[in-house]
Design a protein around this ligand. Structure first.
Ligand code: SF4
Length: 255
């Protein structure tokens, strides 16, 4: 990844435009063409985007996503490295017990509640799904600690479904790129599902998350290195002078 623009730096606009193809003008393209252009560029830049949580099975993915609520992927990976060595199946997780799981995930926020959910969902997987993670939204959302966002991640990443989990990054990028509006993650998810062409749906979730995490950052969007800047209509877009400090416009992420 390129380095972040130095706060206060104000490179001449002509240089930025030459380097990034960026533009201060609003694209005149109708929405479908703009969306096509945005996702074509994401696809060209990163044809096989990957999430940043470590896992090696649908079960370890499910646990990692449950643990990641209000925590960073790096923090979760640090904890799960040892946890998954000790337990990588529902039965092994049950054998560890709640206090055993707590011991591995103490560095993650809300760890007591998360450990409780890990044990309860492992039990439910054994009781109702033969120890397997179900390939089914309703069954996933019935698991302790699993909400729509977690179910979407598992359906997309483990089972290849064209679902789209809306976390804080996706919520922000969808608004800035004016792909979808709404006050809740569910409204934004529904809006995105309407405008993103099917051919891009498999990876749309990861492209939007990675763009939000590394480029279209909340307080200082890195418009000078953004590959879709000329297709962006955001009022937060900048090209001259120091990047603005932007008031948070993030919605509450769902579990
Ligand atoms: S980084 Fe800037 S130009 Fe790119 S999508 Fe975000 S606000 Fe728009």
């Amino acid at each position: 990844m390129p380095k972040a623009a130095r706060p206060g730096a104000s490179p001449p606009r002509a240089r930025l435009v030459a380097k990034t193809g960026g533009s201060r003008r609003r694209s005149a393209l109708p929405l479908p063409e703009r969306v096509e252009g945005i996702f074509r560029r994401f696809a060209a830049a990163n044809p096989e985007p990957k999430g940043e949580l470590d896992y090696h099975s649908p079960f370890t993915l499910l646990i990692a996503v449950v643990l990641s609520a209000q925590a960073t992927d790096a923090g979760v990976n640090k904890a799960t490295r040892a946890l998954f060595r000790a337990a990588s199946t529902p039965r092994q997780m049950l054998a560890l017990g709640e206090s055993g799981v707590q011991g591995y995930i103490k560095t993650i926020g809300l760890y007591r509640n998360k450990a409780k959910n890990v044990i309860a969902l492992s039990q439910k997987l054994l009781d109702e799904h033969g120890g397997e993670v179900p390939h089914d939204r309703v069954a996933l959302e019935a698991l302790p600690g699993v909400g729509r966002k977690t179910a979407n991640v598992v359906l997309n990443t483990a089972f290849g479904e064209p679902t789209l989990a809306v976390d804080t990054h996706v919520f922000r990028v969808a608004h800035r790129l004016q792909l979808a509006g709404g006050k809740t993650p569910l409204e934004v998810e529904m809006g995105l599902l309407k405008v993103i062409p099917e051919k891009f749906m498999r990876h749309a979730h990861h492209w939007l998350i990675l763009h939000g995490r590394y480029i279209c950052q909340a307080r200082r969007p890195r418009c000078d290195v953004c590959i879709v800047s000329d297709l962006c209509h955001s009022a937060d877009k900048w090209f001259e002078g120091p990047p603005p400090r932007v008031a948070s416009q993030q919605g509450k992420a769902q579990a």
